[in-house]
Design a protein around this ligand. Sequence first.
Ligand code: PEP
Ligand code: MN
Length: 353
Amino acid sequence: MIIELKNDAKPETVEGIKIFLEEKNLPYRFHHIYQKDVFTVVSETDEEVLNILGKMTGIDEIIQDKSEFPLASKSFKNEPTSFCVKNNIIGGNNINIVAGPCSIESEEQIFGIAEFLSKSGIKFIRGGAYKPRTSPYRFQGLGLDGLKLIRAAADEYGLAVVTEVLDSSLIDQTYPYADILQIGSRNMHNFHFLKLLGRIDKPVMLKRGMSAPIAEWLMAAEYILTEGNEKVILCERGIRSFDNLVRNTMDIAAIPMLKNLSHLPVWADPSHGTGRRELVAPVSMAAVAAGADGLIIEIHPDPAKALSDGAQSLYLDQFTALLSQLKVIAQAINRPIDPQISKQTKNLNLCVE
Ligand code: PEP
Ligand code: MN
């Protein structure tokens, strides 16, 4: 249950609700989220509780059973959520482009890619230091050394870092090196982990579980929001299906579906969504045309030698060619791409963190 307070609710009202919930043994959290004061009550409630709350002053709305993801839904907040990361606007009308290797492999590799990205006008670098590999015998990532490398490369070239936090024991270690914490597909259902991510003050990019229905994915986002972190990005990365010619089936329709249901920014990952290099450019364009607020794309200077996901990594010149195509699509739908890439938005960088 969500108890949404009126803008002018008095401190006595807040205290009164706290005392009442405590008396009733109802666990709650009190947050200021999306400019509203809300109580999130994590328990079943009965009619009596609802009747008493219903009579209290200062309460704007009690949201109960209407939806399983009230804070993520458009009925709670209609305008698209946007926030700043290192001087870049995420969400809103902007389209962000994130690129980089699947795994951070070496100093030479990540610095080379960072330099290439900055010359291309890209503002975000991706790269995994802890890799959730299906086989325990495959490269697992450079760990802390990898985090240090991607941070150093990003700082050298003025980029923001998107990197995966693999589990709850690694939040503290990953946090200082990341600007956006990626939550992998395999962790979308790890609810305790999601709650912990809700208590940090950096944005979280939540990938879709590979077999997760859209509603479950939004409920996973809700786990983060209910703990007070309002900076959540949803990332469609394909779902498992019966076709084994592709690694995953990219659910393009999920993008407009989410945009209808939620105010949260929606990114697309055409690399994992297809698993095949030759499909990445067309699916990237389709995702932007379908309303994606960002793309996260795997690139590698020598994909044949990549330690993970080489088959879906673009060569650097393919990525450059894709950027030109994306500019045309963005223009056609009247949306700005990250400022350095798109001329139309040069003076639109209004981010104040
Ligand atoms: C990744 O981005 O490298 C990754 C492992 O993604 P996912 O969790 O979507 O499989
Ligand atoms: Mn990968």
